[in-house]
Design a protein around this ligand. Sequence first.
Ligand code: TMP
Length: 237
Amino acid sequence: MEKREQLYEGKAKKIFATDDPQLLIIDYKDDATAFNGLKKGTITGKGIINNKMSNSLMQMLEKAGIPTHFVRELSDRETLVKKVSIIPLEVIVRNIAAGSFSKRYGVGEGFRFDEPTIEFSYKNDELGDPLINEYHAVAMKLAAKEEIETIKKYALRINEILKAFWNECGVTLVDFKLEFGRLSDGSIVLADEISPDTCRLWDSKTGEKLDKDRFRHDLGGVEDAYQEIMRRLTENI
Ligand code: TMP
């Protein structure tokens, strides 16, 4: 596999072409941003952890029947993935109130839902990734109605699988963000990453935050939290 030109540089990853038009290489950086890029920083070693964690979790999901973009880990920071056209929706699943949900609705952080919730944000940095409903997403042709149904079905199944796994690690899966893409045949696969950048993960006993909220809210111990959550994953996978 030959790594070719850089196609894109995002906030936390770079994307490279390969000699195969259907395959891309993701290269994970240590850069961290929050609040739509307003806050910037570095989390040393994050790129390696996010790469390896995302790959482990995507392989777990594949085994459980969820199609993903994952092909093969190439190095500490690089992974070969299937090329997809990203559906510009952030798919957020919540089990417990936190973050923007708590802020928007005045529901205290830690309030446990009887059933998981799903919401969508329109991936658009200029607009600040606004909340969007399914009707608006279909009207804007971001995704077809059937695609949204498939995405919701996958998202809830992913939540069941990840919740059970993190529970074994002594970790509560509070919420997370997924992105999906279309392969050249139109089928929908899970893309992007699943990592402490994109999930809220709390120690089940102490409630300690083991995710990017430590960076977002200057709680300190950011690198230690990423290492601790990776250690829990490695011990239980
Ligand atoms: P929120 O409560 O800020 O809406 O975040 C919900 C989940 O989505 C949380 O696990 C963090 C994740 N997330 C991202 O992955 N990227 C983002 O840009 C934002 C705002 C949240």
